[in-house]
Design a protein around this ligand. Structure first.
Ligand code: ADP
Ligand code: MG
Length: 238
């Protein structure tokens, strides 16, 4: 059974249709990358999985529940954004603990989860610092820590590396993959960067103008692109 099943999902903003019925199955533990040019509908689709946008048609299921009408807090997902969205007046530790405290989690559990996330992400030296005292890469690690402490069934990433410089992007790609290998959390990762898609994905979903052009493993898309758009986008020489 697919851990996340996106079935014929459509989205319109007013009269403007931006997704025309897309279907993607994401297996338990899989790392799926949605890739495509800016404006093709990647963030909209991810935000619908998160519950941050309403669904105009079709269904989204997480585990065995259709979640179309569930609020974000009840979906068992955690999302990491491009701009980190950290609380500026909270320390690293407080940023990571905040979502759990809101849910009235037992303080001992909060402390243990924050410690585990800090260990995994090498954040222990920075726990008492504020976001403004951190580098871009460290901030992004805190944003990931905030997602990890919630032990979600699904991680959603929306272009988490696009604010980082090229060298750090490469390093963080590796870190996110290592994190996935360690936690095996089902992941949907959005990017417009084909190299990120090729190096990180178990499965790539190539989108264009609110439609899916091709779904496949990185090498499959590289070796057998379905059309010229995919070939051009993935950078296949054929
Ligand atoms: P991507 O993440 O692939 O760059 P988006 O999902 O952000 O694309 O946007 C897809 C299309 O939907 C774009 O044409 C964008 O302008 C439009 N769009 C996104 N959000 C809204 C909104 N809240 N209202 C109207 N149009 C929107
Ligand atoms: Mg986007």
């Amino acid at each position: 059974m697919a851990q996340v099943a996106i079935s014929n999902v459509a989205k319109a903003f007013g009269t403007v249709k931006v997704l025309h019925g897309v279907s993607v199955d994401i297996a338990d533990g899989q790392f799926v990358v949605l890739v495509g040019p800016s404006g093709c509908g990647k963030s909209t689709l991810l935000r619908m999985v998160a519950g941050l946008e309403t669904v105009s048609g079709g269904t989204i299921a997480i585990g065995d529940r259709v979640v179309n009408h569930l609020p974000p807090a009840k979906r068992d997902i955690a999302m990491v954004f491009q701009n980190y969205a950290l609380y500026p007046h909270k320390t690293v530790e407080q940023n990571m603990a905040f979502a759990l405290k809101l849910r009235k989690t037992d303080p001992a559990v909060v402390a243990e989860r924050v410690k585990r996330a800090a260990d995994i992400l090498d954040l222990n030296p920075y726990l008492k610092r504020y976001p403004r005292q951190l580098s871009g890469g460290q901030r992004q690690r805190v944003a990931m820590g905030r997602a990890i402490v919630r032990n979600p069934q699904v991680f959603l990433f929306d272009e988490p590396l696009s604010n980082l410089d090229a060298k750090l992007r490469v390093q963080m790609r590796t870190e996110i993959k290592e994190l996935h290998q360690r936690l095996k959390t089902t992941t949907i990762y959005v990017t417009h960067d084909q190299i990120e898609a090729m190096t990180m994905a178990d499965k790539i979903v190539v989108m264009r103008d609110g439609r899916i052009e091709q779904v496949g493993a990185p090498l499959e898309l590289f070796d057998r692109p379905a059309n010229l758009f995919v070939a051009g986008f993935i950078g296949s020489p054929s």
